[in-house]
Design a binder for this molecule. Sequence first.
Ligand code: HEM
Ligand code: NAG
Ligand code: NAG
Length: 326
Amino acid sequence: MARPSSSSSSSMAILALAFLVIFTSSSSAQLSTNFYSKSCPKVFTAVKSVVQSAVSKERRMGASLVRLFFHDCFVKGCDGSILLEDTSSFTGEQTAGPNNNSVRGFNVVAKIKSRVEKVCPGIVSCADILAIAARDSTVILGGPNWNVKLGRRDSKTASLSAANSGVIPPPTSTLSNLINRFKNKGLSVKDMVALSGSHTIGQARCSSFRARIYNETNIDSSFAATRKKSCPFPGPSGNSKLAPLDVQTPTAFDNNYYKNLINQKGLLHSDQVLFNGGSTDSLVRTYSSNSKTFNSDFAAAMIKMGDIDPLTGSHGEIRKICSKPN
Ligand code: HEM
Ligand SMILES: *[C@@H]1O[C@H](CO)[C@@H](O)[C@H](O)[C@H]1NC(C)=O
Ligand SMILES: *[C@@H]1O[C@H](CO)[C@@H](O)[C@H](O)[C@H]1NC(C)=O
């Protein structure tokens, strides 16, 4: 080791830098598309068959499964925390404002888990099941496919306060609220606009859009009139009445959501702010006229969303039942 000291110290610096890069890189680097290729190659067919039958029974379930993944990832990362049910001694995320009487699909997740446990017991996390089910739902409803990154583990706990803290944006959000909430999760403006395109499927409750249809002016008047028929003012009567987020094709994953925005037929306030004279108008126009671009940006953004703070390595656990810790 008879090196001139300057070269030695510079190679030390390079070594130190290499360690820094390895050990400070986010844990999402450990997720990989082939995580179960040896331990549970049948996971994909197992998940898909249950999702397929649930969506055949009720098309909306595809939307509900996509949303579960979003609400899981935005609170404490994609760790299955949203799946933990309240007990007498534990309060989880399911009664949080954005979730209560709104998120659904837990029975389908339970069915998927029991099917997966049959083919490979104790191997596949509930967090990963959500990621695969969200992809399968998107594909079954006509949207893009992508390779799902896997290797997440399940949390042993959940956070009601985090779920209520506003990390999940409310439908009253302004454009800058939305941009910031997504930015805080490492997601760009483009990711945010593309991910909002999942409102091409599924339903919202009257309580989520009443203020918009009665009080806003950037709304198509006949669209508002139609929505008012099943969403009375004042509340709370009718609060749980449902309307499709995409008035044109509510059970098809397509780019009509963006066409609706251009026609001032966004159902939520937070939908219409994406096309209201602001910085995201041009992206909305692009997606409304180019479904290929939308599909590929959506898939890329779903992969990025799935990378939010996963538990990996020896953190967390692989739950036996998705609704409770082991
Ligand atoms: C941009 C910020 C977002 C806001 C403010 C928002 C808000 C909402 C609201 C208020 C509802 C209706 C809930 C109800 O009334 O019960 C809803 C439904 C839905 N959201 Fe979002 N959302 C956002 C982003 C996302 C993202 C990123 C995804 C997924 C990638 C998503 C997927 C869905 C789906 C699929 C539904 C319909 C669910 C069903 O029918 O069961 N949303 N969203
Ligand atoms: C959740 O909804 C239930 C049933 O509608 C209601 O009784 C309860 O108060 C709600 N919980 C919270 C925390 O808002
Ligand atoms: C519309 O705005 C008025 C005045 O701010 C308010 O009193 C009313 O409750 C609002 N209506 C809805 C449906 O939010």
